[in-house]
Design a protein around this ligand. Structure first.
Ligand SMILES: [Zn+2]
Length: 298
């Protein structure tokens, strides 16, 4: 389903709102562009592929890129920091943290084999034709968008601000009930917080993102409670640090995930907890004992 949120700015509702799909944006102007391509082939069916001039990927994650091949003639634009994981499988494994997994978990081979088997999208190399930088204004003809570099979820994550229409497309600053997702090795808590604040400051009239329908009401309040979820997670983690525990001890205690049915949930949870532990140590709220155990400073 395609929803016109403003003249020339259309929200492409994904076949399914969750992974490996994402809602996308179609800019239907003199220059026609698609922002992210993970809506699914059925969702893109009404769009003539040869009439798309530009594909923009907000970041390298598969649910945002898996339909790039539907638009073979389009120029593909990304932030420079998303280029390595799009074109190089080793870089992708490094960004996601998969390359560190071998060193950090017991029974690794079995775990990885299971994870690979469960992966719905095989590794793929993407073509990239150019880069977008923060503050750059893209002139599509009848509409213009300012590029916002909004790191945190990934290092080169992009959002777009349509100033005249008061619309922000925030991609995976996605306001889902889970809260901000920073399960990649290269996700960054402070950057994520700053990026959410940056969007709040723009006071969008309509907020579009990748895993929810367009939001028109109480946007600031919703973004603030989404931001708060990072601090809430930190408080949950602190409750487990009254006794010394290792990072691995903390995985599986439902700090982020309600269950671990999906093979990657424990892995992502570990990455997210690790970022909080590092920050708590930096803030001197937590000390490391016996080299690998974390404990609240008394
Ligand atoms: Zn993502």
């Amino acid at each position: 389903m395609i929803i016109e949120v403003a003249p020339g700015i259309k929200f492409i509702r994904a076949q399914n709102a969750g992974f490996p799909y994402c809602h996308c944006l179609l800019i239907d102007s003199d220059i026609r562009a698609v922002i992210d391509t993970g809506a699914g082939e059925r969702a893109f069916a009404p769009i003539e592929p040869t009439r798309i001039d530009i594909v923009i990927n907000t970041h390298y994650h598969r649910d945002h890129t898996n339909g790039n091949h539907l638009f073979p003639q389009a120029r593909v634009l990304v932030h420079p920091l998303e280029y390595p994981p799009l074109v190089d499988e080793e870089a992708r494994r490094y960004y996601a943290g998969i390359s560190r997994l071998d060193k950090t978990r017991e029974g690794e081979k079995e775990y990885l084999a299971k994870a690979r088997k469960s992966r719905s999208i095989p590794p793929r190399k993407f073509k990239v034709d150019g880069f977008l930088k923060d503050g750059e204004v893209i002139d599509f003809g009848h509409t213009r968008a300012t590029v916002l570099h909004t790191p945190g979820h990934t290092p080169g994550h992009l959002a777009f601000y349509f100033e005249r229409e008061g619309i922000v497309f925030g991609s995976d600053i996605d306001l889902i009930p889970f809260g901000p997702w920073y399960g990649d090795h290269l996700s960054n808590l402070e950057d994520f917080e700053a990026s959410i604040r940056r969007i709040i400051d723009l006071k969008p009239r309509i907020y579009c993102c990748s895993h929810r329908k367009p939001i028109r009401e109480n946007i600031e309040e919703k973004l603030l409670s989404y931001l708060d979820k990072i601090a809430e997670a930190e408080e949950r983690i602190k409750k487990h640090l009254k006794e010394p525990v290792t990072l691995d001890d903390l995985v599986g205690r439902n700090i982020f995930y309600k269950n671990y049915d999906y093979v990657y949930n424990g892995f992502w949870e570990r990455n997210m907890i690790e970022k909080h532990l590092e920050r708590l140590v930096r803030k001197e709220c937590v000390v490391i004992v016996d080299e690998e155990r974390y404990m609240l400073r008394s």
